[in-house]
Write a protein that binds this ligand. Sequence first.
Ligand code: ADP
Ligand code: MG
Length: 257
Amino acid sequence: MGKVIAIFNQKGGVGKTTTNVNLSACLAVKGKKILVIDIDPQGNTSSGLGIDKNSLPTSMYDLIIGNADISQCIYETNRENLSIVPSSVQLAGAEIELTDLEGREMRLKQAIQDVKHAYDYIFVDCPPSLGLLTINSLTAVDSVLIPIQCEYYALEGVSQLMNTIELVKKNLNPSLDIQGVVLSMFDGRTNLSIQVVDEVKKYFKGKVYTTLIPRNVRLAEAPSYGLSIIEYDAKSKGAEAYSELAEEFLDLEEDVI
Ligand code: ADP
Ligand code: MG
């Protein structure tokens, strides 16, 4: 049975989508069968993996509203082991439409039930908000992977993030776990980055990956070509870091089993 993981932080611009695209691509190359679910109406994960969001007959919107079955919403990304349920602009409206639908917090969970067995990992890219799409994600997953940007106020918003996780645990998903915390946009030349790493490690005791994702311009360029970093520039620092993170992710997973 595949493990379902949300990439979650209600702050925007912290590296959720970059981590989703590149960790998924690295795990796929290592032979893991991956499904990426893009539940962010901005659809950056979809375009980052080269999917033309505007030409699709079905998308995440149809899935969550109940217009389509999940098998109709999964697309290949032209990479081995990596499939996607893409987002679309319509998804922005789903937040309101969901309010009146039955089981509005459970719809993603129900939708993925039938395909969990077909993947090793399913990654859900959350929007930067705490609305129903995010609640659906947190309800559907086994664990959350939290990217945190190495910047001033890195921990700002983290208590709200933890409160949200606690609330979902209490009311909708008692076994929700923290998969790990990824520090992104690390710059080893600055004291600030080093301080942030210390602070975050203190806060999330034992949950922070040793691998740090550096600030690397190649990571920011790759999505405009619809490529993951290992396809765009396999020798870049960014590619090295995400490959290492995939390695560490899998090592820790094996320790658990
Ligand atoms: P989120 O999904 O949390 O909003 P993104 O992954 O989209 O965050 O990242 C925000 C912006 O920062 C994007 O333009 C992305 O390309 C860029 N970015 C993300 N991680 C890095 C990094 N390690 N180095 C340089 N740029 C990055
Ligand atoms: Mg994003």
